[in-house]
Design a protein around this ligand. Structure first.
Ligand SMILES: Nc1ncnc2c1ncn2[C@@H]1O[C@H](COP(=O)(O)OP(=O)(O)OP(=O)(O)O)[C@@H](O)[C@H]1O
Ligand SMILES: [Mg+2]
Length: 254
């Protein structure tokens, strides 16, 4: 199962979700590959990779045809492997502009190794650039992390419309796995109203699991750790374990 974690808006919890959902799956016994498609490489750094040690990265795989297998590396967590992001990914649209089949490159790369994993999670950059398109083409399902803030519904509707257009244009049937509320606080009336509006509009497409705002989730990346290593008893760990269960259920794996 290949899952893209996508939202063109920045800072909605894509990377936090990619890293901790991957770690939760690995903890539950699944074999997981995290593909970091962001030039900021936040997911890789969150898994303890040093900035100076990002190469070989997805940029080498996508631009220089190095075998993805040779770019896969282990993480500190059992059953969780990753391919790092890297600064060169920022120029993907330019570098791949004239390359035939440029939207299918990730799908092609993953073909040879997908059977080695139960889940492949793609952390997308905050845009609908060629990298996110590659992730959508490669993925079976996609998750949209969302924060309950002003204009959340409007942003979501326009993202979903763009995704539908992309799917039609590319002839792909990558399905929505769910919309995930992240950084959910307590008590803010406006945030509750936004959650209700999104629920009214998207109903069952919204995950029952909500990721609460949690200081440990925000701190863990600066120590190069996922939440289960950094603060296994924190709300954040509990929420991402619940999300992993709900994803497994929605995928019909259980
Ligand atoms: N549930 C949470 N509680 C507290 N802080 C969080 C939570 N989720 C994410 N954060 C923090 O919020 C910031 C944005 O999260 P994250 O990097 O996951 O978003 P993103 O969508 O990947 O951002 P970008 O669009 O820049 O790639 C980060 O500093 C992260 O540590
Ligand atoms: Mg990110």
């Amino acid at each position: 199962m290949i899952i893209a974690i996508i939202n063109n808006k920045g800072g909605t919890g894509k990377t936090t979700t990619s890293v901790n959902l991957s770690a939760a799956f690995a903890d539950s016994g699944y074999r997981v590959l995290l593909v970091d498609l962001d030039s900021q490489a936040s997911a890789s750094l969150s898994l303890g990779i040093k900035y100076s040690d990002l190469a070989p990265s997805m940029a080498d795989v996508l631009f220089d045809d190095i075998l993805i297998k040779s770019a896969v590396r282990p993480s500190a967590r059992q059953r969780l492997e990753l391919v790092t992001g890297g600064t060169e990914l920022a120029n993907s649209d330019l570098i791949l502009a004239d390359v035939p089949g440029r939207e299918n490159r990730l799908a092609e790369c993953l073909k040879g190794i997908r059977q080695e994993y139960d889940f492949i999670i793609c952390d997308c950059p905050p845009s609908l650039s060629l990298l996110s398109i590659n992730a959508m083409v490669a993925a079976d399902r996609y998750i949209v992390p969302l924060t309950a803030e002003y204009l959340a519904l409007e942003g979501l509707i326009s993202l979903m419309a763009a995704v539908e257009k992309l799917k039609t244009g590319m002839g792909i049937d990558t399905e929505l796995l769910g919309i995930l509320f992240t950084m959910v606080g307590t008590g803010l009336k406006s945030a509750r109203e936004i959650v209700d509006l999104v629920l009214e509009h998207y109903g069952e497409d919204v995950f029952k699991t909500r990721i609460r705002r949690n200081v440990s989730l925000g701190e863990a990346p600066s120590f190069g750790m996922n939440i289960f290593d950094y603060a296994p008893k924190a709300h954040g760990a509990e929420d991402y374990l619940m999300l992993a269960d709900e994803v497994v259920e929605r995928c019909g794996i259980k």
